[in-house]
Design a protein around this ligand. Structure first.
Ligand code: C5P
Length: 214
């Protein structure tokens, strides 16, 4: 069932440079995004994955664009989004980056160090503001508390068609860096569909099927 012309997926963390040898990042493994890309080949003629630094093999049939920073991910996503009929933002994009990047390795001194951070672009929100006719936009909401309420408000604020909410609290069974995940998909009408704990690959297939037949 090749329902889409082009599915665009983002995956993994971003790295925000402090100096030539240091950066700020997060624990995203990219597994969920890569699983989505692998399964997306069954649903689209063309699958493009924009990926932060991860230790995963690019699935066959997928075109991968490697990036490091949130700014590079934004540029790649905006460039690739024009002809995509389904976009899934699965990446753990940094919300802040160092305001000043040092050209040379910073030297330590005895006192404390303060690094001033500035906001990065919210890629998904920008894609939502510029959504093309017929384009479907989905995002992930990794939450530790008030999961469904927070996810629903993100769907509205970012003008999404679907938000995939997952519990990343330490008490949860799935989520960051794991091979399994459990999610709830919320659509624009507020309908909630629960997908119980299963492998990220299995879940990826279920998510894409749900969106494709919607
Ligand atoms: O607002 P929050 O970061 O929780 O929203 C998560 C969703 O927004 C994810 O789909 C993530 O990929 C996306 N996002 C983004 N650009 C950012 C931060 C998050 O596209 N700077």
């Amino acid at each position: 069932m090749k329902k889409f012309k082009k599915i665009l997926i983002s995956a993994g963390p971003t790295r925000e440079k402090i100096d030539p040898v240091r950066f700020i990042s997060n624990r995203s493994s990219g597994k969920m995004g890569y699983a989505l890309a692998e399964k997306a080949v069954d649903f689209a003629e063309n699958v493009v994955l924009v990926s932060g630094p991860v230790n995963l093999e690019v699935p066959s049939g997928v075109q991968c664009i490697n990036i490091e920073s949130a700014a590079e991910m934004a540029a790649a996503m905006f460039h690739e989004s024009h002809d995509a009929d389904l976009i899934i933002m699965c990446a753990a994009v940094a919300d802040y980056r160092p305001k000043f990047v040092h050209d040379t390795k910073m030297k330590k001194s005895d006192g404390d160090l303060t690094i001033v951070l500035e906001r990065t672009t919210d890629i998904l929100k920008t894609l939502g503001e510029n959504k093309k006719a017929g384009q479907i936009l989905a995002g992930f909401a990794a939450e530790t508390n008030d999961i469904l309420e927070n996810a629903q408000s993100k769907l509205e604020r970012k003008n999404l068609d679907f938000i995939i909410a997952n519990d990343v609290s330490s008490s949860s069974q799935g989520g960051f860096a794991k091979d399994v995940n459990a999610v709830t998909i919320i659509d624009r009408s507020g309908h909630r569909e629960v997908f119980d704990l299963c492998s990220k690959k299995e879940l990826a297939g279920k998510i894409l099927k749900y969106i494709a037949v919607y």
